[in-house]
Design a protein around this ligand. Structure first.
Ligand code: CTP
Ligand code: MG
Length: 237
C-alpha cells in the first residue's frame, strides 16, 4: 500500500497581487509548484503525487511537470481543481488509486518544506494517528475581535492563551479512509475549510500536532516571495 501526496495548486493567489496563478510563479528560476512536488517526492515514502491544477490549466501543468526531473520512486497525476481549496482537495482525493492508504495534503504555496517534516508526518500516521498536522508555536499574540466595516476599529472579544496556540502548516497526513469520510460528510459553507484536519475534527476523530518547520511557511503575500528567494539562496550557498 502506498503513500500519496495531494497538492492543491488551483488557487489564483489574489493576495500575492496580479500575475500568473500563484503555483506557477517562479522562485529561484523554478515554478513554485515544481518546488512543492519535489519537496513531497524527496520523501522515499511518497510513491505518488496528485497535483490539482487550476480548473482550465491541467494540460499546461502536466507539460510543466513532464519537463522537470523527479525521483524514480514517485509517479504523478494531474487533475483539474475547483472553486475552493476544499473542492480542489476533494477532486484530488477522487483521483487516488485503490492501493493508497496514507494521504498527505500539501499546499503548492508551501514550496520549501524540508523532507524531515514530511517524513515525521508520514511516520506519525503510520504509527496509528488518523490525522497529523505539523505546526509551530505563535510569535504574535492573537486577539479575537468582532469584525466590522473595513478600516473601522474592531472591538476585542478575547485573548486566547498564546502558549496553547499553534500555527498549522502542511503537509497534513491522514489515514485515507478518515480523510475521504471527512470530505464526504462534513459540510462547510462559503469559502470552504481552510484546513483538512479541521474537517476530521468535525467528524469527531482525533487529530495530533507534530513539530512543523519555519521553512514550511506559506507564500501568501508579496513579502513571502522575498523570504522564499532568501531561503533558496541560502540553500544554494
Ligand atoms: N487552492 C486550490 N484551489 C482553490 C483555492 C486554493 O487548490 N480553489 C490551493 C492553492 O493553490 C494553494 C493552497 O490551496 O496551494 C492554499 O491556498 P492559498 O494560500 O489561499 O492560495 P490561493 O487561494 O491561491 O491564494 P489567495 O487566497 O490569496 O487567492
Ligand atoms: Mg486562498
Amino acid at each position: 500500500s502506498r503513500t500519496a501526496a495531494v497538492i492543491p495548486a488551483a488557487g489564483r493567489g489574489v493576495r500575492l497581487g496580479p500575475g500568473a496563478p500563484k503555483a506557477l510563479r517562479v522562485l529561484g528560476g523554478t515554478p513554485m509548484l515544481i518546488h512543492a512536488v519535489r519537496a513531497m517526492a524527496a520523501s522515499r515514502a511518497v510513491g505518488l503525487v496528485v497535483v490539482v491544477a487550476p480548473p482550465d490549466g491541467a494540460p499546461e501543468v502536466k507539460n510543466l511537470i513532464d519537463a522537470h526531473v523527479l525521483p524514480d520512486h514517485t509517479d504523478y497525476l494531474v487533475v483539474p481543481g475547483g472553486a475552493t481549496r476544499q473542492e480542489s482537495v476533494g477532486l484530488g482525493l477522487d483521483a487516488l488509486p485503490e492501493d493508497v492508504s496514507v494521504v498527505l495534503v500539501h499546499d503548492a504555496a508551501r514550496p520549501l518544506v524540508p523532507v524531515d517534516t514530511v517524513d515525521a508526518v508520514i511516520e506519525a500516521v503510520r504509527a496509528g494517528a488518523p490525522a497529523v498536522v505539523p505546526a509551530l508555536p505563535l510569535a504574535d499574540t492573537v486577539k479575537e475581535v468582532e469584525p466590522g466595516p473595513p478600516g473601522d476599529p474592531e472591538p476585542v472579544l478575547s485573548t486566547p492563551v498564546r502558549s496553547r496556540l499553534r500555527a498549522v502548516q502542511t503537509p497534513q497526513g491522514f489515514d485515507r479512509d478518515t480523510l475521504v469520510r471527512a470530505h464526504a460528510e462534513v459540510a462547510v459553507d462559503g469559502e470552504g475549510a481552510t484546513d483538512d484536519a479541521g474537517m476530521v475534527e468535525r467528524l469527531g476523530s482525533p487529530v495530533v500536532v507534530v513539530p512543523g518547520h519555519a521553512e514550511a511557511f506559506k507564500v501568501t503575500r508579496p513579502l513571502d516571495l522575498v523570504l522564499a528567494e532568501a531561503v533558496l539562496a541560502r540553500r544554494r550557498a
